[in-house]
Design a binder for this molecule. Structure first.
Ligand SMILES: Cc1ncc(COP(=O)(O)O)c(C=O)c1O
Length: 448
């Protein structure tokens, strides 16, 4: 009689079984979920990340763009270790917070004042609330498909589809979470990306009601295409003329330039939300802007228009890690990383040509996104997956993972200063092989 043995499970599969018993979907962040189970990390070192099965990969995901210097950079480890022994948070202010605030305010002319929070979501929520407090208006405008975190208003129309996104000259306000109050949807005006005329026509209909226009200068989910200067300049002009605030979400794009992507557009937003990489690997968010607007949070004012606090905001661990990370990300580090990013995009384009596939790459600075489409999308609707693209992207990602490369699930990569041309060359080789593998299916999808 043969024994009915269960096949041996990997360590990750066993961990996932335990995870499923205690967390919905077996995880605390949907981003890490993949089939048949998440990969479980054990050690990050520079630009390499090793999983529990002992597989080491080049990390182009960098904890969703938050590790600008890769894993465990020695200067941050040393500074944080010293602080850990002194305590991790106090019901007192610290000099660490002032030092970091001074550094950040010196990076961009629009940053006259800054406050720190704990995530990009919180930074965006604070920016929206500050805008409302300053203007005494409730509505906000945002770009269709742009991701700004979980705040009810900021997440509206983050992922609509053809069945509910409405007409392009009046995109619908579509809820993400079930149970989102209808009033939240009513208070969000959705504009198309990189379409200045349509966007301004929509904004005109709501002049007098809007507190702010929220815009990411290169929204990842919209296709990682830079905003056209004309689009941004028209939004800046319109917001000025209508006493509406312009809020830039630089949670990801701050890495594009020493003073954030806004420096490349020569604009000064009224408020800028930041997060991710400015925390040096620790949870962070920040809200910076003009003295006048930021003063809505001033607790010394006769009337505090927007009372603002948070138990872990400006904790000394994040403040120290963030300042060390940002000091290391000086002009020459920014330039070197952006050059490496350009090298990566060029190499991916060459891989696409060599494998003769209808694919393309977008991005700027130290970021790239690979699309299973022949032409770079110009807005969310063009970036939206046509049937079959999602499956091909999964095959592409499975291949890259099996060949030593970790990317974000949208086939996006974010470089770290721990990388050199060597890692970019490996990325290019693996990309070409992955495209050769999925080439026939990709070509037939495109000719369908
Ligand atoms: C552009 C942008 N804004 C805001 C957020 C929210 O940041 P967090 O995940 O830290 O809450 C993200 C996160 O991916 C983001 O990409």
């Amino acid at each position: 009689m043969t024994e009915n043995k269960k096949p041996l499970q990997s360590r990750s599969a066993r961990l996932y079984e335990r995870a499923l018993a205690v967390m919905p979907g077996g995880c605390s962040r949907n981003t890490v979920l993949r089939r048949p189970h998440p990969l479980y990390a054990t050690q990050g070192e520079g630009c390499y990340l090793t999983d529990i099965e002992g597989v080491r990969r080049i990390d182009f995901a960098n904890n969703m763009a938050s590790l600008i210097h890769g894993h465990a950079p020695p200067a941050i480890v040393e500074a944080v270790t010293k602080q850990l022994r002194l305590g991790t948070g106090y019901t007192m202010a610290t000099e660490a917070e002032i030092l970091f605030a001074e550094h950040m305010c010196a990076r961009a002319p629009a940053f006259e004042k800054i406050r720190f929070v704990n995530s990009g979501t919180e930074a965006i929520m604070s920016a929206v609330k500050a805008s409302r407090a300053f203007t005494d208006r409730a509505k906000i405008a945002k770009v269709e498909g742009a991701y700004h975190g979980l705040y009810d208003y900021a997440e509206v129309s983050q992922n609509p589809g053809p069945s509910n996104w409405g007409a392009i000259d009046h995109p619908a306000s579509v809820a993400v979470a079930h149970g989102t109050p209808a009033s939240a949807l009513d208070d969000v005006v959705v504009i198309p990306f990189n379409d200045p005329d349509r966007a301004i026509a929509i904004l005109d209909e709501h002049a007098g009601e809007l507190a702010c226009v929220l815009v990411d200068l290169m929204p990842h989910r919209v296709g990682l295409i830079p905003a056209q200067p004309e689009f941004i300049h028209k939004l800046r002009q319109w917001t000025h003329s209508n006493n509406v605030l312009l809020v830039c979400d630089e949670v990801i794009t701050f890495r594009c330039h020493y003073g954030g992507a806004q420096a490349t557009y020569d604009i000064e937003p009224d408020l800028t939300a930041m997060g991710k990489m400015i925390g040096g690997g620790f949870p962070v968010g920040a809200l910076a802007g003009s003295d006048a607007v930021m003063s809505v949070m001033d607790p010394l004012a006769d009337k505090v228009l927007f009372p603002h606090s948070g138990t872990f905001s400006a904790n000394p661990i994040t403040m120290i890690a963030g300042r060390v990370a940002m000091e290391l990300f000086d002009q020459s580090a920014v330039d070197r990383l952006n050059d490496l990013g350009e090298q990566a995009r060029v190499a991916i384009r060459e891989a696409i040509v060599a494998a003769d596939v209808p694919a393309c790459v977008t991005g700027t600075g130290s970021m790239f996104r690979i699309h299973m489409k022949p032409n770079p999308p110009q807005n969310y609707r063009e970036a939206y997956d046509v049937a079959g693209e999602d499956a091909l992207r999964k095959d592409f990602l499975d291949f890259t993972l099996a060949n030593g490369i970790l990317l974000v699930g949208t086939c996006t990569g974010m470089l770290s200063t721990a990388m050199t041309s060597k890692e970019v060359e490996h990325l290019a080789d693996v990309t070409e092989s992955a495209f050769r593998k999925i080439g026939p299916a990709l070509r037939s999808l495109n000719s369908a």
